[in-house]
Design a protein around this ligand. Sequence first.
Ligand code: FAD
Length: 331
Amino acid sequence: MSKITRRDFINGTLMAAGATMLPIGCTSDTVFDTLDPLYYPPSLTGLRGSHPDSNTHSHARAWNKKSNWGATTDLKETYDLVVVGGGISGLAAAYFYQRKYGKDKKVLILDNHDDFGGHAKRNEHTIDGQLRIGYGGSQSLVEPKHGSKAVHALLKDIGVDFERFNTAYDKNFYQRNNLGAVTYFNKETFGVDKVVKHPFCNYPNYVEGLLMGDKLTNEAAAQQTPLSKKGKEQLLRVLNGGLHELNIPKHKLENYIYSNSYFDYLKNNLGVDDPRVLRMARNSGLDWALTGTDLMTIGTAKNVGAMGFVPKEVYDEETHIFITSQMVMLA
Ligand SMILES: Cc1cc2nc3c(=O)[nH]c(=O)nc-3n(C[C@H](O)[C@H](O)[C@H](O)COP(=O)(O)OP(=O)(O)OC[C@H]3O[C@@H](n4cnc5c(N)ncnc54)[C@H](O)[C@@H]3O)c2cc1C
């Protein structure tokens, strides 16, 4: 396994972050040294995402057509490869490059954020003197055994051990603590803060071990939601709905569900027009698809376990959740 130090990464990522406040003629080490030693992005908490300033320049370019960026700083450094973007793709590209052309090759990775990792960053917390590393975005290697040869070789090279998951992840945690999937309705949107013991969609299947069985019936759950009477009726229709609501001959069904919209199905076949029910339905595939179900066909919505479709396992049988390679690298 190759040794990549934190400083190797930090040096590159912070160089871009600090470039604007540098004296002319400095090096990336100077940048590192000008930063507050306590400045450590992985320990920052909260929903950070694209933090303030990360898009200042790109927005100025895109929205205000700014093209004059003033004086530049000559870092007096040369690189064999410059990678723009320190997400997992950029980091992998840099790694592949060094593997192919030699470890002596110098690579500069630029990023417009204060830490590397992109959508697969990590968070670090020190609890009772122990360092805990958690994910700051991407959490799993989905179906890792189905990855390409290049992906497998990379993961092996940087020390990701697939089998480790089986002993490292406490699969019985939820069962032991009688924890099941619930849904939280917030006051801002639904008028009252309320928890209903029903997942309403497929997200529990992304968390291995979370109990599915101990939930309310569809009828009882719909009744407990803070929706109007009409909304509750519509929600129940969605929960009890499914492909049987479509009056389409069996041999044409597959083609139909992949060429017709899930939202049209909700509105036209199930008569849903309550904005709060539509909102619940819209968000019910986010976890898997990162997009609203209003952009999905019925078939896609069914596959991701959107509201009204029986939750089903979406990951392969062998493996469910793996900490990301980045975390393993740093551990
Ligand atoms: C909340 C969340 C959960 C996820 N969960 C999973 C999961 O469980 N399993 C899974 O497989 N996938 C998951 N994903 C998706 C996965 O994280 C991404 O597909 C993956 O991280 C993308 O990597 P990337 O390097 O291609 O892009 P990115 O991670 O987006 O990296 C791009 C990098 O480029 C930088 N950049 C952009 N523009 C510029 C610029 N102009 N100059 C310099 N730098 C720039 C960005 O800051 C970023 O660091 C999840 C994503 C999110 C957001």
